[in-house]
Design a protein. Structure first.
Length: 222
């Protein structure tokens, strides 16, 4: 089960029917179903009927019925059940989605394009560091450490190529001028570049029924 702050949940355990739980954040929601595919499809039709009197409808592009083993995206995260490495047990993992990763890489790519060579190296490193740390702070509650490191590696490559073009220097000169002594860690005026990997990953704690619901439960029809 995956919940976010300020989410609300509604659960049904009607006998002889599939159990389900609705997880909502603002106008985004996912219905988690314990049952067969036809149960999930039937619940989708129920949701359509509930939303219709409010003048709302489901987005055809964003609404799918999927198995948890295939995974789905919700609020920028990809949620999927997978087997743990070196184990026969399966767990539900939450990671930044491919779309979220592509989005932050796109921002890095734009800021390190050749038309930004007029910027100061210190400004570029400080700006991209803030962008990556802000992005990582949102995703720090998932299984994100490897992805954070990969994003930083991508950014390091973009910044170093940018520096080579801007100053028309080679790798030895770049290391001497723009890295901490004896390392390849980017720095400017002694200030180290701090990217996504500097954000500590803290797995989200399941809070279960302590999250309040704004709806009053009703008895199932006889």
């Amino acid at each position: 089960m995956f919940l976010l702050d300020r989410s609300y949940t509604v659960e049904s355990t009607v006998p002889h029917l599939a159990n389900f739980r609705l997880v909502r954040y603002a106008d985004d929601f996912v219905v988690l179903v314990t049952g067969e595919q036809e149960h999930a499809q039937a619940l989708r039709d129920v949701v359509v009927d509930v939303l219709a009197p409010m003048g709302l409808r489901l987005s055809a592009e964003k609404t799918r019925v999927v198995h948890l083993d295939d995974g789905f995206d919700f609020l920028g995260f990809n949620i999927r059940r997978m087997r743990k490495r070196g184990s026969r047990k399966s767990y539900v993992y939450t990671k930044p989605s491919k779309k979220a990763i592509a989005s932050v890489k796109g921002r890095v790519r734009v800021m390190t394009h050749r038309n930004t060579l007029h910027h100061d190296p210190g400004y570029l490193m400080e700006y991209l560091g803030r962008v990556l740390r802000g992005w990582a702070n949102y995703f720090r509650h998932g299984v994100s450490k490897r992805i954070f490191n990969a994003i930083d590696s991508y950014t390091w490559e973009r910044i170093t190529r940018w520096l080579l073009k801007k100053h028309r220097i080679g790798w030895p000169e770049l290391r001497r001028r723009f890295c901490l002594p004896g390392t390849w860690r980017l720095a400017h005026d002694g200030q180290r570049f701090r990217g996504a990997a500097t954000v500590t990953v803290t797995r989200y704690r399941y809070r279960g029924y302590r999250i309040p619901t704004p709806w009053t439960p009703t008895d199932p029809p006889a």
